[in-house]
Write a protein of this length. Structure first.
Length: 202
C-alpha cells in the first residue's frame, strides 16, 4: 500500500532542519544519507504508533536501505521532484551544499510539525542519532519492510507494522538488546487497521 498525496516541501524542510539541528553526531549530521535514515526511523515510529506517516512519501528499497524518495530528491535537488517553481526556489534557498554528499538545512520554524511528529523525530534522535550513517543503513536492513522488497522496488507501508526478533537480526542486535520499535501486537494491529481504513477511504 502506497501514499499518493501531494508532497509537502515546507514541512519536509522543517523535518530535516529539526533532525539536523538536534542530532547527537556533529560529524555525521550533514550527510544526506544520515538524514534519510533518521527520517526513516522517525517515520517508522509514527506509522506504527499513529497509523499514518509524518509526511506523504514513497519508499523504495535501495542497496543502503529504505529511501523516502521525495525526501531524497529534495536533498539532492533533483529534477524528478514534482513541485512548483515557487517550491523549487524555496528548496534552493534553504538547502546548501557543503559537499557532494553533505547538506546544510537553513533554520526553519516548527509550525507544521505536530506533537506526534516531534515525538517521532525525538525518538529517532534519541535512539539512533549517535550512530554513523553506515551503521544506520545496516540496521534498516533488518526491518521487514526492506527485507520483503526487491531492490529498487516500492516498499509496502503495511510491512512497517511488523515486529522483529532482535536475536535473529544481523545488525540491530549489535547495538540494541531489544528493538526500540517493539510494540504490543494488539496495538499494532489496531493501528494497522486504522491505516488501512483511512487510505481505503480515498
Amino acid at each position: 500500500m502506497e501514499i499518493n498525496n501531494k508532497f509537502q516541501v515546507h514541512k519536509a524542510l522543517q523535518i530535516l532542519y529539526y533532525l539536523q539541528s538536534k542530532a547527537n553526531n556533529a560529524t555525521e549530521k550533514y550527510y544526506y544519507l544520515y538524514l534519510l535514515k533518521l527520517f526513516f526511523f522517525a517515520d517508522r515510529f509514527h506509522i506504527r504508533h499513529y497509523g499514518f506517516p509524518i509526511i506523504d512519501t514513497r519508499y523504495t528499497a535501495q542497496k543502503l536501505g529504505p529511501v523516502a524518495s521525495e525526501i531524497c530528491d529534495l536533498l539532492k535537488k533533483t529534477s524528478w521532484l514534482q513541485v512548483s517553481e515557487t517550491e523549487k526556489k524555496e528548496i534552493e534557498k534553504n538547502i546548501q551544499e557543503k559537499s557532494e554528499k553533505e547538506r546544510t538545512i537553513l533554520p526553519q520554524s516548527q509550525d507544521l510539525l505536530s506533537e506526534s511528529d516531534i515525538e517521532a523525530l525525538d525518538f529517532a534522535i534519541k535512539n539512533f542519532s549517535k550512530l554513523d550513517r553506515w551503521t544506520l543503513s545496516d540496521i534498516t536492513h533488518d526491518y521487514p519492510e526492506w527485507k520483503s522488497s526487491r531492490e529498487d522496488g516500492d516498499m509496502d507501508y503495511l510491512d512497517f507494522f511488523k515486529n522483529v526478533d532482535v536475536e535473529n537480526t544481523k545488525y540491530l542486535s549489535r547495538h540494541f538488546k531489544s528493538d526500540p520499535f517493539e510494540m504490543d501486537e494488539d496495538e499494532l494491529n489496531f493501528n494497522k487497521n486504522q491505516f488501512e481504513n483511512f487510505h481505503n477511504a480515498f
